[in-house]
Design a protein around this ligand. Structure first.
Ligand code: GAR
Length: 195
């Protein structure tokens, strides 16, 4: 059984897709040990609690500086003896010490087809705003391993999504989530757990 920790910052629809896939048996040999957020108001924490999963907040506001926050974050992750860490809309830079410690055991979902619309400053709705501004006709989502760079690690899965005339960033974001993110993130976790 792979012990998985999910790290979140917001609504947690990707976390929900993981939980639904577990319940439906589309992900096997996985136990979600903890959900960790940097944001005390993240609805994702409620989703975790509703599923009987430990829901923990480590907020940078509670620490004197970034270094202290990073140490607390890594210490909390270490408590759970995790085989895989899933960044599901976690919008904080992962401390280098955590990347070193959990090499090849951290994955991230990004709402574009990497290497397009990724890297510093590309997160959440901004990714879709940039895709629409550029006028691409196809976008999508990517699950990749996390290395020391920003969205630079090896790609695990990608899925393309059509951009339609009249799309707003929000409409496009929703389509990318429904058609790509909520499909490939659970798929990647199942693949890792059973390989
Ligand atoms: C998702 O669209 C995810 O791909 C994105 O944040 C959103 C979180 O939504 N992540 C990034 O942009 C990372 N660079 P959720 O909280 O509803 O899962």
């Amino acid at each position: 059984m792979l012990r998985v920790g999910v790290m979140v910052s917001g609504g947690g629809t990707n976390l929900q897709a993981i939980l639904d896939s577990l319940d439906a048996g589309r992900i096997t040999n996985v136990e979600i040990a903890v959900v960790i957020s940097n944001n005390p108001g993240a609805y994702a924490l409620e989703r975790a609690k509703g599923h009987g999963i430990d829901a923990v907040c480590i907020s940078p506001k509670e620490y004197p500086d970034r270094e202290a926050f990073n140490e607390a974050l890594v210490a909390k992750v270490d408590e759970y003896d995790l085989g895989l860490i899933v960044l599901a809309g976690f919008l904080v830079k992962i401390p280098q010490q955590m990347i070193d410690k959990y090499e090849n055991r951290i994955i991230n979902i990004h709402p574009s087809l990497i290497p397009s619309f990724c890297g510093v400053g590309f997160y959440g709705l901004k990714v879709h705003e940039a895709a629409l501004a550029r006028g691409v006709k196809i976008t999508g989502a990517t699950v990749h391993y996390v290395d020391g760079g920003m969205d630079t690690g090896p790609i695990i899965l990608q899925k393309a999504v059509e951009v339609k005339d009249g799309d707003t960033p929000k409409v496009l974001q929703q389509r990318v989530m429904e058609e790509a993110e909520w499909v490939i993130l659970p798929e990647a976790i199942d693949k890792i757990a059973n390989s």
